[in-house]
Design a binder for this molecule. Sequence first.
Ligand code: ZN
Length: 73
Amino acid sequence: MLMNYIMGKISKGVECSLDSCSNSAIRSISSKNVDSNEFSISSDSNKVYFCNEHYKSWKKSTKELRKSERARY
Ligand SMILES: [Zn+2]
Protein backbone atom coordinates (compact mmCIF):
# COMPACT_ATOMS: atom_id res chain seq x y z
CA MET A 1 0.00 0.00 0.00
CA LEU A 2 1.03 3.55 -0.72
CA MET A 3 0.96 4.75 2.89
CA ASN A 4 2.79 1.89 4.57
CA TYR A 5 6.23 3.42 4.44
CA ILE A 6 5.30 6.35 6.71
CA MET A 7 3.44 4.29 9.28
CA GLY A 8 4.51 1.59 11.66
CA LYS A 9 2.92 -0.68 14.18
CA ILE A 10 3.63 0.35 17.73
CA SER A 11 3.84 -1.39 21.05
CA LYS A 12 0.89 -1.49 23.41
CA GLY A 13 0.57 1.03 26.23
CA VAL A 14 1.49 4.09 24.20
CA GLU A 15 -0.98 6.93 24.44
CA CYS A 16 -2.32 9.12 21.68
CA SER A 17 -0.09 12.18 21.16
CA LEU A 18 -2.98 14.61 20.96
CA ASP A 19 -3.23 17.03 23.86
CA SER A 20 -6.89 16.35 24.54
CA CYS A 21 -6.74 12.59 24.18
CA SER A 22 -5.45 9.76 26.37
CA ASN A 23 -6.65 6.78 24.38
CA SER A 24 -4.26 3.98 23.52
CA ALA A 25 -2.36 4.70 20.34
CA ILE A 26 -2.57 2.22 17.50
CA ARG A 27 -0.26 3.87 15.00
CA SER A 28 2.87 5.96 14.90
CA ILE A 29 3.27 8.49 12.12
CA SER A 30 6.19 10.69 11.19
CA SER A 31 5.37 14.16 12.53
CA LYS A 32 6.17 15.80 9.22
CA ASN A 33 3.10 14.07 7.83
CA VAL A 34 0.85 15.60 10.46
CA ASP A 35 -0.56 19.08 10.06
CA SER A 36 0.05 20.78 13.41
CA ASN A 37 -2.62 23.35 12.61
CA GLU A 38 -5.18 20.61 12.53
CA PHE A 39 -3.83 18.35 15.28
CA SER A 40 -2.59 19.69 18.60
CA ILE A 41 0.35 17.43 19.36
CA SER A 42 1.94 17.30 22.79
CA SER A 43 5.00 15.36 21.65
CA ASP A 44 8.26 16.98 20.58
CA SER A 45 9.60 13.85 18.98
CA ASN A 46 9.53 13.24 15.26
CA LYS A 47 6.98 10.48 15.79
CA VAL A 48 3.32 11.13 16.44
CA TYR A 49 1.10 8.51 18.02
CA PHE A 50 -2.56 8.28 17.15
CA CYS A 51 -5.42 6.35 18.69
CA ASN A 52 -7.93 4.65 16.43
CA GLU A 53 -10.23 7.67 16.40
CA HIS A 54 -7.60 10.26 15.59
CA TYR A 55 -5.81 7.99 13.17
CA LYS A 56 -9.05 7.89 11.20
CA SER A 57 -9.43 11.67 11.17
CA TRP A 58 -5.76 12.06 10.22
CA LYS A 59 -6.25 9.63 7.36
CA LYS A 60 -9.27 11.62 6.24
CA SER A 61 -7.35 14.90 6.19
CA THR A 62 -4.52 13.21 4.30
CA LYS A 63 -6.94 11.94 1.72
CA GLU A 64 -8.15 15.48 1.12
CA LEU A 65 -4.59 16.58 0.45
CA ARG A 66 -4.00 13.71 -1.90
CA LYS A 67 -7.10 14.19 -4.03
CA SER A 68 -5.23 16.11 -6.71
CA GLU A 69 -2.53 13.46 -6.83
CA ARG A 70 -5.05 10.70 -7.15
CA ALA A 71 -6.90 12.37 -10.00
CA ARG A 72 -4.08 11.44 -12.34
CA TYR A 73 -4.83 7.74 -12.12
ZN1 ZN B 1 -6.56 10.25 20.15
